[in-house]
Each structure stands twice: as structure tokens, then as C-alpha cells.
Design a binder for this molecule. Structure first.
Ligand code: PGA
Length: 235
């Protein structure tokens, strides 16, 4: 199981370090075997810990250059960061990253062998038009992405479930995950209002290989509770 925390624009450097300390302590104490991945904010990036992989929420597909506000591989290399989130719904829908840029990022970082957490998911207006539209929408997001890339981790995150407290139903998750699983055998996470209370049920679903969590993960004790849920499922 992969338990991934997307800290978004939360926790400065000091708070992130304390957060990681708490999680690492928990992992060691409870001998958690699940994989912990944390995506801190850009200025809080740091090298991975012994038991926690650190990933970047974003990077531009360059080593360096004139791209104001962005970071490239020079900056990731300095911290030995080899994991990257691409296609998150907030980057697609708030920061207006289009499918072309997302694909360019994927190709660039895949060529360099980065582990890529690639997010897909439909907005509410698509969901409301039915399951076939959802699949068509997701297929378009995956179009041109190498779904056999060895270091690919997929995440299904319905936009209407992100940060809204509204989790997809078990049936929704089963339906979409099995459709994505037909396209790729890579690990597939669910994301969108995963909470301590529903994590165990979601993690137990066939075709769910972990969770990508925002809001709930921002508190270290809640993140640790997610690890505890994962541990109960698989043992
Ligand atoms: P959420 O965010 O858990 O707050 O819904 C999930 C995500 O954005 O990855």
C-alpha cells in the first residue's frame, strides 16, 4: 500500500520537518511496512527520510532556465528528489495546466527516470452526465501517457471529491479503478476526501493500491492513523 500525503500550500519548513519526524517515529515504532510518500510545499522540500519518500508537487520540464516561479531538475537533484506529482487537479483546474503541458512534463521526467504520481479525475459536470462520459474524460487525460512506464503510480482523484469532504462511493471507486486497471497494471491510488474514518474501507477495495490524501494528511497523527488503517488491511 502507498499512503501519500499532499501537503499542498501548507506547513512551512519548520512545521514540515516536525511533521516528518512524527511520522517517521510512528513508522519505526509500529514497524509499518506500507510506503509513506509526502509531497511538501516547494519551499519545504528536503531529502527523503529513511522511511519516507519525499516528492515534489510540481516542477517545470527543464534543468534550469528562465521560467519565473518554477523549479527544474537542478533544484530537485540537489535534494536527491526523484518523485514527482503530475496532473493534480489543482494544477489542471486552478493553475490552468493543459493536457499538452502535462504530457510534456510526463515525457521529460519519465525520460530521466523519475517516479511519477500521475493524477486523473473528472469534474462534477462530467460525472453528472454519466459513467461513459467519466471514462471518456479520463481516457483523454491518459491519452499519450506511457501507461507501461515502470516508475508510474496512477491516482484517480475525482475533482468533485477533492477538499470537499465528499468521498466517492465504493461503487464509483470500483467502477473507475477497474476501468483504469484494464489500461495499466501500475499501482493505482484513490484520492478525494479520504479520511481516517473511511480509509480502511477504501484501502480494502480490490484495485486500490493506496491513497493520495490532502486535508486529512496535514495532521501527522491523522496521517499515522491512515498508516494504521493500511496495516490492518494487509496483515
Ligand atoms: P483531499 O485532497 O484529501 O483534501 O480531498 C486530495 C488531493 O488533492 O490529493
Amino acid at each position: 500500500m502507498i499512503i501519500a500525503a499532499n501537503l499542498k500550500t501548507n506547513h512551512n519548513r519548520t512545521k514540515t520537518a516536525a511533521y516528518l519526524d512524527t511520522i517517521e517515529e510512528y513508522i519505526k515504532e509500529h514497524k509499518s511496512k506500507d510506503r509513506a510518500v509526502v509531497f511538501p510545499s516547494m519551499s519545504s522540500l528536503c531529502p527523503s527520510r529513511e522511511r519516507i519518500t519525499i516528492g515534489a508537487q510540481n516542477a517545470y520540464p527543464v534543468a534550469n532556465g528562465s521560467f519565473t516561479g518554477e523549479i527544474g531538475t537542478d533544484h530537485l537533484d540537489e535534494l536527491a528528489i526523484r518523485t514527482l506529482l503530475i496532473g493534480h487537479s489543482e494544477r489542471r483546474h486552478i493553475l490552468n495546466e493543459d493536457i499538452g503541458l502535462i504530457k510534456r512534463k510526463f515525457d521529460f521526467f519519465a525520460e530521466l527516470g523519475y517516479e511519477i504520481f500521475f493524477c486523473v479525475g473528472e469534474p462534477l459536470e462530467i460525472k453528472e452526465t454519466g459513467f461513459e462520459s467519466v471514462l471518456t474524460y479520463i481516457n483523454r487525460q491518459l491519452d499519450g501517457i506511457d501507461l507501461t512506464y515502470p516508475k508510474l503510480v496512477l491516482a484517480y482523484e475525482p475533482v468533485w471529491a477533492i477538499g470537499t469532504g465528499k468521498t466517492a462511493t465504493k461503487e464509483d471507486i470500483i467502477a473507475v479503478h477497474s476501468a483504469i486497471k484494464e489500461l495499466s497494471d501500475k499501482p493505482l491510488l484513490y484520492g478525494g476526501s479520504v479520511k481516517v474514518e473511511n480509509a480502511a474501507e477504501i484501502l480494502a477495495i480490490d484495485g486500490v493500491d493506496g491513497v493520495l490524501v490532502g486535508t486529512t494528511s496535514w495532521q501527522a497523527d491523522k496521517y499515522n492513523a491512515l498508516l494504521a488503517s493500511a496495516q490492518t488491511i494487509k496483515e
